[in-house]
Design a protein around this ligand. Sequence first.
Ligand code: IMP
Length: 192
Amino acid sequence: MELVFASNNQHKVEEVQAIIGSKIKLKSLNDIECHDEIPETGDTFVENAGQKSRFVFERYHLDCFADDSGLEIDALNGEPGVHSAHYSGSRDFQENINLVLKRLEGKIDRKARFKTVISLIIGGSEHLFEGIIEGKISSQQSGQKGFGYDPIFIPEGYDISFAEMSAEEKNEISHRAKAMEKLIQFLNSQLS
Ligand code: IMP
């Protein structure tokens, strides 16, 4: 079985291929020669993930899935949310972190969560999978690993940030890993 992962990030595609195993052959957007800028204009992760998977399905008539992730902070009414990648107006991780810390100055409620939604279109029907990791935003950044908001996110039950964890440690508990696990379980149940 072949399945398109609507992502340009070859690293992400290879990582997921390694978890899925050889029963399903994943193809990236590059592999199907899709070089369009796929629109992501929704107000929710569900809308954006669905927008991307539908785009591929409608143009290429292939089974596919797409993911959308971000950080939701309670004291900022769920921001940065779908604007996580360019919250400050720039895609620079440090500028986005600076803006979050500035907007949280003096706020006691630091509760936040990372969320991933995966939209899978298989045989023309959409299936959604969600992964969430609860935590809080620290007052100062710490750690050098990972990407994005990792240096200011402390997962529940830990006293270190995502950026202080090894990739293996983060991958055991992350929002993305949880959503991917659900997707893989579903795919395996379809194949057996
Ligand atoms: P994407 O949908 O996976 O590309 O994520 C969109 C944006 O959310 C990224 O550019 C990051 O700013 C933020 N983000 C998503 N997942 C993570 C994570 O695991 N750590 C830190 N930031 C993340």
